[in-house]
Design a protein around this ligand. Structure first.
Ligand SMILES: *Cc1c(COP(=O)(O)O)cnc(C)c1O
Length: 377
């Protein structure tokens, strides 16, 4: 039996009655754009994140783009982003006309740090996007402090961190605005593209809503006050998200239990796990191990039917559109990109499945140690 990297089927199986009810409700309501299902999810998601407002949008990328635009980030501005992130974090900055400035990450957590931000500050820096990568919250206390001193805005890319906490407060609610993706495989995933922005700033929330809804600011659908596109969350996705949100905490807890079992099983092997800060409570969107023998381990696992991934093999500053920017070497990010391997991780991953992955890794590590000893590598 193959072990997939992510298995959405068992989540949807667990919830099949509620999911049928959710889309049946939207079908009979006849309200497919906006309306009660969207309003309900926005209220629930704001409450969950501990913020006053939530604007549902069409994707995580749209959440980032709309937030930057609503903050007035523009050409000539620089926005600091970690180089170790999904491409969308950086491309959203470019969409607003601003320039992403890539920062290196911490070697233990692989996350942006206050020091990393400080090193990239210039007179042009307008904002920093902190990415809670792999579901692990960055040190927001330290980053918010540096940003306040520098007079720049802090935004969170919490697309992998639904429900993660820093000092007991949920990701997304730890800065001016938190951007979420509900891409199907995220910890809270829709049945298509979807996203949201959460914030305590009423004016910012209204501006984001207008920029995502053809510039409509008031209740009049024929009045347009901003030049803006269409980046709305639709009602079907909102209804699915409300149904799945009820399970999010239980599913995140299951992910943490899986990490615990992985960590115990893998101790003693020449693999490094990503560290969790004592003030952080991660939600393990991904289960990362670091190894100098990544290709060999990945191949050995594939032979035993275990799917793995790499998040991400090419750091952002090394992607084609950013090569011209000639970012200086980012030592930790570049080294990590050669070592990171994502193991199967999803809430319904069974103990037996984890043990099979662990045993496969033990065999693979022994085999590569034997090769080193024999001088064949
Ligand atoms: C998934 C993701 C995004 C983009 O979200 P989409 O909904 O796919 O547009 C942005 N940043 C990070 C860190 C992500 O993981």
């Amino acid at each position: 039996m193959r072990i997939p990297l992510v298995d959405l089927h068992s989540m949807h199986q667990e919830l099949s009655g509620e999911l049928d009810e959710a889309w049946g409700g939207v079908r009979t309501s006849g309200q497919f754009i906006g309306g009660p299902a969207v309003e309900r999810f926005e209220e629930e998601w704001a409450a969950y994140c501990g913020t006053k407002h939530c604007v549902g949008v069409s994707s995580g990328t749209a959440a980032l783009e709309l937030t930057l635009a609503a903050l007035g980030i523009k050409a000539g501005d620089e926005v600091i982003v970690p180089a170790n992130t999904f491409f969308a974090t950086a491309t959203a900055v470019v969409s607003t006309g601003a320039t992403p400035v890539f920062a290196d990450v911490d070697d233990a957590t692989l996350l942006l740090t206050a020091e990393g931000v400080r090193q990239q500050l210039t007179r042009r820096t307008a904002a920093v996007i902190v990415v809670h990568l792999y579901g692990q919250p960055a040190n927001m206390t330290a980053i918010n402090k540096v940003a306040a001193e520098a007079g720049i805005v802090v935004i969170e890319d919490a697309a992998q961190a639904h429900g993660a906490t820093w000092e007991g407060q949920r990701a997304g609610g730890l800065s001016r605005a938190g951007c979420f993706s509900f891409y199907p495989s995220k910890n809270l995933g829709a049945f298509g593209d979807a996203g949201a922005v959460v914030t305590n700033d009423a004016a910012l929330s209204a501006k984001i809503r207008s920029l995502g809804n053809l510039g409509r600011r008031g209740g009049d659908p024929y009045r347009h006050d901003d030049i803006a596109g269409n980046d709305r969350l639709d009602a079907l996705q909102a209804a699915i998200l409300s149904a799945k949100l009820k399970r999010l905490d239980a599913w995140n807890a299951a992910r943490r239990r899986a990490v615990q079992r992985y960590a115990e099983g893998l101790s003693g092997l020449p693999l490094r796990l990503v560290a969790e800060d004592p003030d952080a409570r991660g939600v393990y969107h991904l289960m990362i191990v670091r190894t100098a023998e990544r290709e060999a381990l990945q191949r050995a696992l594939a032979e035993e039917g275990v799917s793995t991934g790499i998040h991400y093999p090419i750091p952002c500053h090394r992607q084609t559109p950013f090569l011209a920017a000639a970012t200086p070497r980012l030592r930790v990010t570049e080294a990590a990109a050669q070592e990171i391997l994502s193991l199967p991780m999803f809430p319904h991953l069974s103990e037996a499945q984890i043990d099979r992955v662990v045993q496969a890794l033990h065999r693979a590590c022994e085999a590569s140690a034997a090769k080193v000893e024999a001088g064949t590598i």
